[in-house]
Design a binder for this molecule. Sequence first.
Ligand SMILES: [Zn+2]
Length: 334
Amino acid sequence: MSAVVNAPWIARQAADLLAQRGHAWLLQGPSGLGQYELALALASAWLCEKPSAQGACGDCPSCHAIAVHTHADLAVLMPETVMLELGWPLSEKAQDEIDKKARKPSKEIRVDAMREAVEFSQRTDARGRGKAVLVFPAERMNTITANALLKTLEEPPGDVRFVLATEASHLLLPTIRSRCLAHTMKWPQDDEALTWLAGQGVPADVAQALLRSAGGRPTDVLRQAEAGLSPDWWADLPKAMRQGDARYLADLSPAQAIDALQKLCHDLLLQQAGAVPRFFNAADLPASAASVRVLTDWFKRLMTSARTAEHPFNAGLMLEALTADAQQTLMSKG
Ligand SMILES: [Zn+2]
């Protein structure tokens, strides 16, 4: 079984949830706390042939099938971009369309995929342990897909269980939320997170520095480390923004850039209040004269941008606009 499932804070929550009955769980909380990993741990335990109170055994044919991402009784519903990122196979048809460049991988959970999952939930299970549907990130369902899922949640065929994982539960239909048992993700202790990151091959000094920039969220740290965001890069970000250097953000998606700038803004507000910054070292923050009002307005604009960041009409232009706005704010005289 993957080491991720064994992360201690995930294992604790899995054991807690397995001790309760529920055919549909909604795992919610900010990104980076391991929603996907916990969802997979639950689904694995449901389908495992020799589960314990702690979860799946990690060793039976069912666990092996999940480890290699081909289990006949597990339907995984994700945007295609996320499936590719996490190494789940696309349907033959979808893969074919993407290979032929007929279209790009979808950033939403597609209606086609949802239809297949609904059919899946009506079939008989292949391995005799029931079936599981995993949806992640659940907020990437549009209204049509969400309504298709809702029907199945309302009248679940007997042997299927659902786990939805979300980093933005406020974006889900209230009717979906009300059909699920909600679980709010728990934060790991810093030492647990650091031990786990060491096990994932992140050097200790990098892990320590990135855990700060990721606000204590270990799976965000892992993604940042994998994307090559070094602690040095992070430390120099405020300076680069003050200089209006948009190329500095070139390796980031607009969503990642907005997240980084929100953290910068957050820390400048703390600094204004005489508090210790949370994401940056105080020494790396620019001596900005921007007032609380100017910073608050900037934060609001970043939130507005975040809403369109998934589908920017031009990512490069968006990064340039974000940088220009950051520079103007940091240079503001009051
Ligand atoms: Zn097993």
